[in-house]
Design a protein around this ligand. Sequence first.
Ligand SMILES: Cc1cc2nc3c(=O)[nH]c(=O)nc-3n(C[C@H](O)[C@H](O)[C@H](O)COP(=O)(O)O)c2cc1C
Length: 177
Amino acid sequence: MPVLMVAAYDENGKVNVMNAAWGMICSEDRIALFIDEEHKTTQNLLKTKAFTVSIADREHMEVADFFGIASGNKISDKFERTGFHAVKSAFVSAPVIDEFPVVMECELAEVVKTDSFYCIVGRIVNTAAEERVLSENGKVDPSKLQALIFDQFRHDYYVSGEKVGKAWNAGAPLMKK
Ligand SMILES: Cc1cc2nc3c(=O)[nH]c(=O)nc-3n(C[C@H](O)[C@H](O)[C@H](O)COP(=O)(O)O)c2cc1C
């Protein structure tokens, strides 16, 4: 699973961030998150109709995990106590967290309610990345990004980065049989 940092403002412009492993790109410009209706972040983004999704990296694991343990419903200074910084996205009404290296800025596109979970679909309006995680051709380089991966089997964090093949290519020999 990825380790996604979902950030949104409350009705007073206060920043809140949560950790979400159940999320993925579901179209060219769409991301789907599966988040509990009780979470402060869920309530916030349903009101503001905007959120950002950052990719948590190795360097910021402690805070990323804290965002998944603490709730803004109970801890009023959840974001402030981390010492992290946020600026308002130029594209949507949601905070961009400075410390995380890649961010997708999203407007709320669709909400699907299941028993106690929402599937939140965001339209990705803009994606931004720190220079330090880019390769020479300007693409995000996983070996520089050091994105966290959540192991749902044992509840551990791993780091991604090892390239093992080329997509749309590794299976090509079997096409010729
Ligand atoms: C590794 C990890 C992954 C998580 N993934 C999700 C998830 O995909 N969906 C969800 O609803 N909660 C998930 N959580 C739990 C929320 O992050 C947690 O309940 C958090 O306190 C919610 O914060 P908030 O109430 O301030 O929004 C995860 C927590 C951790 C530690």
